[in-house]
Design a protein around this ligand. Structure first.
Ligand code: TXA
Ligand code: MG
Length: 358
């Protein structure tokens, strides 16, 4: 695997981008940073290359990929001839592109079929990261890219995470440092009378509502309804570390009480092998309450807790795995506000049912 360490402010940037774009043009796989998480890129118009993405990630073949573009003019060839985005879709592009918003459109025959298996629709987004845009521009083609993790693992937010999961499976990696947002893009579809959010992400429901004149709702699956998700990817055990994740949200004293019940439970303390716990919580929570010695405490600033948790969640889950942590106890955030919706959605997936309102 060829690795390029890149910074758009330093000499050699253009050369590295050019070399990586040649890989894309040759049908090779290149991982690259976006403002959300690292993506594993392939030419979205090259069916053979796209199939290699699925093989590298061990991704189920029925889970569609997002196509990344660098300018709005690149959208036209992805859509059936004569099809124009609606006024509302254009308003969303205007407001949030480039940025962490993926929209579904009818796909043209130019898009490799494996990008959107079993669906006429293709997800498109314009990332806001300078390395991602430069790579797409230099490649001269749209780039299909799922998150660059092995399927089922937490998404990668650094080059080291990509290497951990995919070294040996991919051809190139643009190392542009850590990702800023940390959770994946919001995926939505605009219907006649409503906008449906299929996956909560970096662009929040409030932000979308602000520019729409129709209701913005979550896919019923996300609201707990016993219905298959509209985004096939939301079906899988996703974003999960090896450690067991437990999440509580509510008032601080109740969260603390619930954490203590788990930590001090005789069965778990003396079970074999013994529990090695970590607690992720706001710094003021961790300084106010005491925890048994041996519990790893992972604080984030209380005022920026939701944003910092979003940014560092996946890297912390991976770090806990490296250190043999068996149980990660997480102080949840308000699931109805801002990025909290996306964070709680990912935590709920990682927790596999061990998620509680107290
Ligand atoms: O922030 C992101 O979106 C990152 C970066 C790399 O751009 N990408 C990403 O891709 O998270 P991935 O493949 O890990 O997640 C894509 C999600 C999946 O849940 C998939 O099911 C959904 O988007 N999706 C993509 N195309 C779709 C389509 N045509 N119909 C329904 N859902 C779709
Ligand atoms: Mg993914």
């Amino acid at each position: 695997m060829k690795q390029w360490v890149v910074d758009e402010r330093s000499a050699g940037f253009d050369e590295s981008i050019r070399a990586a774009s040649q890989y894309i043009q040759q049908g090779k796989l290149v991982a690259f940073p976006t403002e959300t998480v690292y993506g594993l890129g392939a030419n979205a118009l090259d069916e053979t290359a796209v199939r290699r993405v699925f093989a590298a990630k061990h991704r189920p073949a029925d889970n569609p990929l997002i196509v990344h573009i660098a300018e709005v003019s690149q959208l036209t060839p992805l859509l059936p001839s004569g099809y124009a985005p609606s006024v509302r879709e254009r308003a969303l592009m205007e407001a949030f592109w480039p940025g962490p918003l993926t929209m579904l459109f009818p796909a043209s025959a130019a898009v490799a079929p494996s990008v959107h298996p079993g669906s006429e629709l293709v997800g498109v987004r314009m990332p806001a990261h300078p390395i991602a845009s430069a790579l797409i521009r230099a490649s001269g083609c749209p780039i299909a890219a799922p998150s660059a993790n092995r399927s089922g693992r937490p998404s990668p937010t650094s080059a080291a995470d990509v290497i951990e999961d995919l070294a040996g499976e991919i051809d190139g990696l643009l190392d542009g440092g850590a990702c800023g947002i940390g959770v994946e893009s919001t995926v939505l579809t605009v219907l006649e009378d409503k906008v449906i959010i299929l996956r909560p992400g970096g662009i929040t429901q409030e932000m979308i509502s602000d520019v729409m004149d129709i209701p913005v709702v979550y896919d019923a699956h996300l609201m707990g309804a016993d219905k298959p998700p509209l985004a096939p990817g939301m079906r899988y055990r996703h974003y999960a570390p090896d450690a067991r994740v437990h999440v509580w949200w509510g008032e601080a004293p109740d969260i603390y009480a619930a954490m203590c019940t788990l930590l001090l439970d005789e069965d778990s303390m003396y079970s074999h092998p013994p529990m090695r716990p970590a607690v992720i919580a706001p710094d003021d929570f961790l300084s106010r309450y005491t925890f048994p010695s041996g519990v790893r405490l992972i604080p984030f600033h209380h005022e920026m807790y939701a944003d910092e948790l979003a940014q560092h969640l996946y890297s912390q889950l991976r770090a806990c795995d490296h250190d043999g942590i068996t149980d990660i106890l997480v102080h949840g955030v308000n699931p109805a506000r801002g990025i909290g919706t996306a964070v709680m959605n990912r935590l709920q997936k990682a927790a596999e049912g061990r998620s509680f309102r107290v």
